[in-house]
Ligand binder design. Sequence first.
Ligand code: HEM
Length: 126
Amino acid sequence: MKISVSEVDFPKAAKVFYESLFDLVLHLRERFRALGSQQQMFEIALKTVLKNKDNDQALDHYLHLLGEKHKMLGLQQIHMERGRVAFLYSIKEAAPTIGEDDVAELDQIFSKIIEKFGYKPTQSAS
Ligand code: HEM
């Protein structure tokens, strides 16, 4: 399977991700100090993961550190589960032309990120 990354509008994905995350978990909004730069950081992190998606070694350290940061912020498993829903929604909005296979692969990649953060992998709702 190969994700057609060029079909993803990353700035839109990052924007929609946070909008729908805050719809799902209202109190999370106050945890973010500067949403504009946060969207950029998220976009860069997501691109980094996708570029290295077949290179676990390169991602391990990076995602471990990023996960530590999320843990220090007090984020819990439930936030990651809500994040999954927001993420899948944002991908569908930002890349309407990609196929179901690609969406499923992105879901798996998201779950892997969360696992490497140090949380339980996020579950498919079906
Ligand atoms: C799924 C649920 C998630 C929640 C609820 C969440 C929440 C947060 C919060 C509250 C912050 C701190 C913002 C601040 O300090 O102002 C943060 C930082 C960050 N998050 Fe997440 N996050 C999630 C998933 C992800 C994912 C999947 C990625 C990308 C792989 C990601 C990438 C980042 C980055 C790059 C930062 C900035 C780290 C830094 O300041 O060095 N997050 N996140």
